[in-house]
Structures are given as C-alpha cells and as structure tokens.
Design a protein around this ligand. Structure first.
Ligand SMILES: *Cc1c(COP(=O)(O)O)cnc(C)c1O
Length: 431
C-alpha cells in the first residue's frame, strides 16, 4: 500500500518509508491511498475467526506486499498475545477491556505492532533509527516496552515532569538498554513541540534517522482498528446497533475505528468522549476548530489541546462537517463528573473503571439519552491501578495489583531532566 501526505505536497510513498519517516517531508500525516472494503462474508462469519485471523485480514491491505504474508502473520500473532474481553455493565452499556497487555493501556497493541514492523525493515540496515516520543502518560510505557531490545532502534521518551502517574513514570523510566527517558519541565504540549521541532531541525536530521512512535505513525495508528472488530465479534449476535464511545486525546483510536467502518464493519455511530480538553466537542457544536493549550485532568492520557489525528478524521469525511457530524458525537466531562462516574459505576455494577474509561462511560450515557435503542461499548483504555491515586479516592476497596504493575512499581526511576529544546538537542547529539 502506498500512502499520501495530508499536506498534499510530498510525494506518495511506501508503507516502509511511512513507518521509518513517521511524518511526510512536507510535515503532513500519511494516509492510505485507498481503503478497500472487505467481503461482507467476513463480517457475517467473524465470530468463527480468531482475533489473530481477524487482525491479519483487516490489516494486510495496508501493509502488503512490503512485509511478506508469513512475517505479517507472525507480527500480528506476537502483537496480540493477550485477551480483549467485553464486560456487560447494563442492558445498554458494555465495556471492551483494552488493558490486558504488558503496560496495561490500549497503546500496547500499536506500539508492539510498530516495533515489530520497524525491526523487520531495519534488520539488514547498519544505521540506527532513533524513535522520539512525547507522552502524556501511557504512550511512553507502551513504546518503551514494545521497543525494548529491538535491534537498531533507540527510543527517547519525553514526558512532562509531575504530570504522569507514578506507575506510568516507572513504566517508562526503568527499562534501560535502548530506552531513555527525558523528564521535561513543562506540559505534554511542550514535549510534543520539542519532538516536532527536532523533526524539522536539519542539523539533527542530517546526522540521524528520526522517527515518531506517536499515533501520527501509521504503524501505530492503524492496528487500533482491531479493537472495534474484536468488540463486534463478541456482540453482533446480541445487539442490532452498536455504538462505540472512545475516550479520546490525540484521536488516533477513534480515527482507526472510522477506518474499520470503511472496511465494512457495521458500526452505527461513534462517540468521542473528552475531558476538559474538548476542542472536538466544541467543534461539533460550532463548526469552528479552535485548539487551546492543554489543561491537566485526572484522565491525563487525554490531556491534548490540539489532537494530531483530527486531520485524518477530516480526510475520511472529505472535510464535510455535516457528514462527520452525522457519524460522530462528542461530549466533554469535568474531573468532578469523572470521579462521580467512577463511583456510580462501582456502586451500580460493582465494576472498577479507570478515569479514562469513566469518561467513556459518561459519553455513552449522554448519547443514550437521545438514542435509547442502541448498545454502547465504551473502551476501558487503561487498568484502574495505573491511576490508583484517583481511583482510591472514590473506590475504597483494595484493588489487587496485577503482575504487570507489581513488576515495575519498586524499580528505580532513571531519567534525565531537560528544560528546553537546546538541552534536548544536545542530548540527542551526545548519546
Ligand atoms: C492514549 C490514551 C487515550 C487517548 O487515545 P487517543 O488515541 O490519543 O485518542 C485514552 N485513554 C488512555 C488510557 C490512553 O492511554
């Protein structure tokens, strides 16, 4: 598959090149040239297939022929070595748990898939690729874990000091080897700006091959379409109209869902559930797209003021506001509402959600008020123990720590402090 740049001035390129470069030379995000719907039979009989078979069929048009069939099957199989269960909470709301991977957030799938693709493309290459990643919390850990020990790839993670949870910080600062963490005095947007600046810095790019492992990278973004298929597989014989509520920050996840829908997956509607960083909620009301600097919330992985993937969503709808609006609703919720929702979910169903899932739950409830006949699935994008400080305020029972969390919690953090771009650049050129 070839990819074009959404800025429309760079030449189209291969999957391999899109993965290695991250962004197009004209700074545009890459987008697949074509999206071919799968045979309707595939969806009619999806419950007879394993998750790995579903994922392979769904992704292969975007990857082949550059990664041979047998290798792609192996990559998919290694990526998906854990479960994606649906938990029914009420007659109209279920949750899809996306946190059973090694860092207990949904980003594990994209990070593991991308690491393996990059590892494959780099296997005969003597020069190193440097993966730069800015994280608001979960990306750092998932990328660190996914890329740990991958030959020819070094990973540099920038995270905002004091603005990620204790578990998140441990996950991204304790691996060592080819993974380094930089602790930035500032916000997530500051981290993202430094990464963007590095990509534009010829002095750096002439010396080293830089790429991004944020959801701007097609190899991290596209595999997220699997989730929607795994949910559909489990629910199709129970409910007629399925609506997805996706807790959204950079909008990669919900945008991947829209690709699944293009592939023919019968999805009735999408809900982008936001915290107070609500540029898309405001846009759908006013038709005016006005990014704002991010504010800190209890669902920190969604603290994004200017979502990178929104431009891909606009491309899917040919920049047509009305057609986007007919397929996507968006609601935004305060920290107070999020904590009340954690409590409500626990009290009424016994389920312990995390703050991101709670925002997804609230989005489902808002949509159901005017559309009572659909079944809403919200994504549980992280395990509640990743955000124990917040969850413990509301849910007072002891929550056992899963083995993935226990394994990092007592490790010693190793991070280099940086305060500005010059220090970042010096760091990159010195190591
Ligand atoms: C990254 C993340 C999100 C937001 O996903 P996007 O694809 O950036 O919209 C939501 N919840 C959790 C727990 C995350 O880590």
């Amino acid at each position: 598959m070839n990819y074009y740049s959404l800025n429309h001035t760079a030449p189209n390129t291969t999957f391999e090149n899109a993965v290695i470069k991250g962004l197009a030379p004209d700074r545009g995000l890459y987008f697949p040239e074509t999206i071919t719907a799968l045979d309707p039979c595939f969806f009619e009989t999806i419950e007879t297939l394993s998750n790995k078979e579903i994922a392979y069929e769904a992704i292969k048009q975007f990857i082949s022929p550059e990664i041979p069939e047998a290798i792609l099957k192996e990559i998919v199989s290694e990526t998906l070595s854990f479960e994606f269960p649906i938990i029914k909470l009420t007659d109209s709301i279920s949750t899809l748990e996306l946190f059973h991977g090694p860092t207990m957030a949904f980003k594990d799938v994209g990070a593991r898939f991308m690491a393996r693709c990059l590892g494959y493309f780099n296997k005969n290459n003597s020069s190193e690729v440097t993966v730069l990643v800015a994280t608001s919390g979960d990306t750092g850990g998932a990328v660190a874990n996914g890329f740990f020990g991958v030959k020819g790839v070094r990973v540099v993670i920038l995270y905002p000091s004091g603005k990620v949870s204790n578990v998140q910080e441990k996950q991204l600062t304790t691996l060592g080897q080819n993974i380094t963490a930089l602790e930035v005095e500032g916000t997530f947007d500051d981290c993202q700006d430094m990464v963007k600046k590095a990509f534009l810095d010829y002095e750096l790019t002439s010396k080293m091959q830089l790429t991004s492992a944020n959801s701007i990278n097609v190899a991290r973004w596209l595999p997220q379409l699997f989730y929607f298929m795994f949910a559909y597989k489990q629910l199709k014989n129970k409910y007629k109209d399925i609506v997805f509520s996706v807790p959204s920050g950079n909008f990669g996840n919900v945008c991947a869902g829209m690709i699944a829908q293009k592939l023919g997956l019968p999805i009735k509607h999408f809900i982008a559930s936001n915290n107070d960083n609500n540029v898309v909620t405001r846009y759908l009301k006013s038709a005016d797209y006005k990014p704002k600097p991010s504010v800190q919330t209890v669902s920190n992985a969604m603290d994004v003021g200017n979502p990178s993937n929104f431009i891909r969503i606009q491309a899917i709808y040919n920049n047509d506001f009305e057609s986007l609006k007919s397929n996507l609703s968006s609601y935004s919720f305060s920290d107070k509402e999020t904590k009340e929702a954690l409590n409500e979910i626990y009290k009424t169903t016994g389920y312990i959600a995390d703050p991101h899932g709670a925002v997804g739950y609230l989005g489902s409830k808002s949509y159901l008020k005017t559309n009572p006949d659909v079944h809403c699935v919200f994504f549980e994008t992280a395990h509640p123990t990743k955000f124990l400080d917040v969850v413990k305020e509301v849910v007072t029972v002891d929550i056992p720590l899963p083995k993935q969390i226990k394994a990092v919690i007592d490790k010693v953090k190793v991070a280099t402090q940086i305060n500005n771009y010059l220090e970042f650049k010096a760091f990159l050129t010195e190591i």
